[in-house]
Design a protein around this ligand. Structure first.
Ligand SMILES: Nc1ncnc2c1ncn2[C@@H]1O[C@@H](CSCCNC[C@@H]2Cc3ccc([N+](=O)[O-])cc3CN2)[C@@H](O)[C@H]1O
Length: 273
């Protein structure tokens, strides 16, 4: 059960998200300069490299990968889809789940062309960029569902969704800090999602450092709990994770484009004790 104060805080966050605009959000964060595959120091290639390494270095395996708070994006599972034969995407908003469904059903009406992302990850995998077509087909094959989720509930997906042992791996990108009113709520949410993961399973967590707000659409200012590396590590430890690796990307000036006040991005690979 949430304490009353936190309940009000998370309800206020949920109200903010009613104005979230997936197309604008994708435009702000997943087009150049933040997603420039020609630039070594662009954020998205850095994130894709972290995910590729984490999924392909041999210690991550199993059947089921769950992406927590997918939003309207797919990049976070482009490497994982080669390791797991079942991938679940999740988000709080139907508008985001619809965006993901449109891509899965290969509808031309989706807001984003993921081809450059697919091609880039194929290159990381030592394949020809033209293998993106097979990768897209693989992704459409292994993504078996797109589910509602609320990380502030002790059972974020509700009852009887996952096998009793839990998922083999979780990935979550820019979600927990953006939906939590304070550090305590962030840490609790990390615990809630941890219950979806089997002991010995891996968590790949990407997030913002020292971010206090971001634009979820034109004029849609959404508060974020500012995190330091130390706070992220303490929250992981408090929730029974062993840190394997923490990498930090510091935004160059020209990546600070006015859609948020994020100064850095962290990538965590951790294992549930
Ligand atoms: N209670 C909930 N449980 C689960 N998910 C929930 C809940 N409430 C909302 N959601 C769901 O979570 C949301 C996930 S999108 C959150 C955006 N995070 C901040 C943004 C992202 C970003 C991206 C890229 C870069 N960069 O430097 O390249 C920086 C940044 C920093 N700003 C959204 O999908 C919502 O629908």
């Amino acid at each position: 059960m949430e304490e009353k104060g936190t309940e009000n805080g998370t309800a206020a966050m949920a109200a903010c998200y009613q104005r979230f605009d997936p197309a604008a959000y994708l435009q702000y964060n997943y087009t150049p300069p933040r997603a420039d595959f020609e630039r070594e120091d662009s954020i998205v290639p850095w994130k894709l490299a972290c995910l590729h390494r984490a999924f392909s270095e041999g210690d991550v395996s199993g059947e089921l990968l769950v992406d927590i708070g997918s939003g309207p994006t797919l990049y976070q599972v482009l490497s994982g889809c080669e390791v797991f034969n079942k991938v679940l995407l999740t988000d709080f908003l139907e508008i985001n789940r619809q965006e993901l469904r449109r891509w899965l059903q290969d509808e031309t009406s989706c807001s984003m062309d993921w081809t450059p992302y697919l091609q880039h990850v194929c290159k990381l995998e030592g394949r020809s960029p033209s293998a993106w077509i097979e990768k897209a087909a693989k992704l459409r094959k292994v993504i078996t569902d797109i589910l509602p989720i609320d990380v502030h509930r002790s059972h974020p997906l509700g009852p009887d969704i996952l096998p009793s042992a839990g998922a083999d791996c979780l990935v979550s990108s820019f979600c927990l800090e953006s939906v939590s009113p304070d550090l305590a709520a962030f840490t609790r949410a990390l615990g809630h999602i941890g219950r979806l993961l089997r002991p010995g399973g891996h968590l790949l967590l990407i997030g913002a450092l020292e971010e206090s707000y971001y634009l979820g659409g034109p004029g849609v200012k959404i508060p974020v709990v500012p995190l330091t590396e130390a706070q992220v590590c303490a929250s992981l430890k408090e929730n029974g994770y062993t840190l394997i690796r923490l990498e930090v990307y510091t935004l160059p000036q020209d990546m600070r484009v006015g859609v948020d006040d994020v100064t850095g991005v962290f990538f965590v690979k951790a294992k549930k004790d």
